[in-house]
Design a protein around this ligand. Sequence first.
Ligand code: FAD
Length: 405
Amino acid sequence: PIKLTPEQARLRGLAREVAEGSIRARAAETDRTEAYPWENLREMTRAGLIGHTIPKAYGGAGGSFLDAVLIVEEMARVCGVSGRIAVEANMGAISAVMQYGTEEQKQLAARIVLAGDKPAICITEPGAGSAATEMTTSAVRHGNTYVLNGRKHWITGAGVSKLHLVFARVFDEAGQEQGIGGFIIARDVPGVPETPGFRIGRREPTMGLRGIPESEVILEDAEVPASMALRPPGGWRRGFAELMDAYNSQRVGAGTVALGIAQGAYELALDHAGAREQFGRPIAEFQGLQWMLADMSIQLNAARLSLHDAAASADPFPDPLLAAQAKVLASEMAIRVTNDALQVFGARGYSRDLPLERMVRDARMFTIGGGTAQILRTQIASRILGRKFPQGRDGYRGEALRPAA
Ligand code: FAD
């Protein structure tokens, strides 16, 4: 197991304190009202849990991804939505900007996030989900600006986030395609001009994690200063690959939200099994339930180790193979464990009076968002077999037989 330093143990303790303080108490209300939990965000910000991974030189705590994972699990254990806020405020878009950004971009992103923002990463489009590189959103250079056009959907936090990292195909002034890049768009930030042509569209009515909007982001001739183009060191050609390297941190974060939700459900089940009596004895005395609880604990432990290992591998981002393995393991585990926890409660588990049914709904998405379990398995296969496996019909024919470069 990964041994925590005394500072990490303290950080986890602090995160638990914040989570148990009032975030747990608000979780049911957040789910019921589907309202963004601004107060949770404020409390996390005050405690230094938002932008914790931002380097000290930019006002953050300079925390590691393992630190972030500790925060995320504690939040998700009581409130899945708050767990996801902790992910995006420490991993994903913010870490891409802090790693690849210019001085100006890093200053801006750090300022926004540390003031209490969960950034949004805008990749997916109606026609480009798993096939993300087929995105059609374009960014065409015109003098000192890029003009963006396109439509993103299922963007977590669209409508409440201030910092956005929008992925688009980049074209030079001559209309020549350069590759895929990221564009930083701030919304509702004092001192930063708004971007006309950048707007939020329809909100999805989601199954779980209802306190955070999943919405469309629409770009209609949105002009973004060229200084806000995020160009990884490998240039636009390697842009998508390098931005996705950064995204591996978010993948580990997403897996950790699943872990936290499942951990929360397991703890409730454990207590209930000791308290509820049938046939004149606590139901925990029945071997059928003992083994369910044992299996839950085994899976939780395995997923946590895998996630911590992936987080600790960061250099500067988590190893893609470890991140993919951990996310598949944790996301599938959470579906089983939350369901089993509900089962331990019998009819009560099915009631909206208790958090079990919410936990089942909240856990369901992690095999989908941020790379589906199927796509991640293909990526894992590609890494362990040392070959590329292009999924398009034409790409597959020649490429699959060729060893990866
Ligand atoms: P599709 O690509 O249409 O896939 C449908 C099914 O086919 C899936 O089961 C998939 O695994 C399978 N499939 C597709 N291709 C293959 C293949 N080659 N081999 C095997 N199986 C395959 N996106 C963002 O950009 N930003 C966000 O903040 C964000 N947040 C999200 C939050 C939630 C709650 C959800 C549900 C999604 C979010 N997404 C976000 C979008 C998410 O990344 C996509 O849903 C995901 O990449 C899958 O794309 P799709 O939904 O279009 O499914």
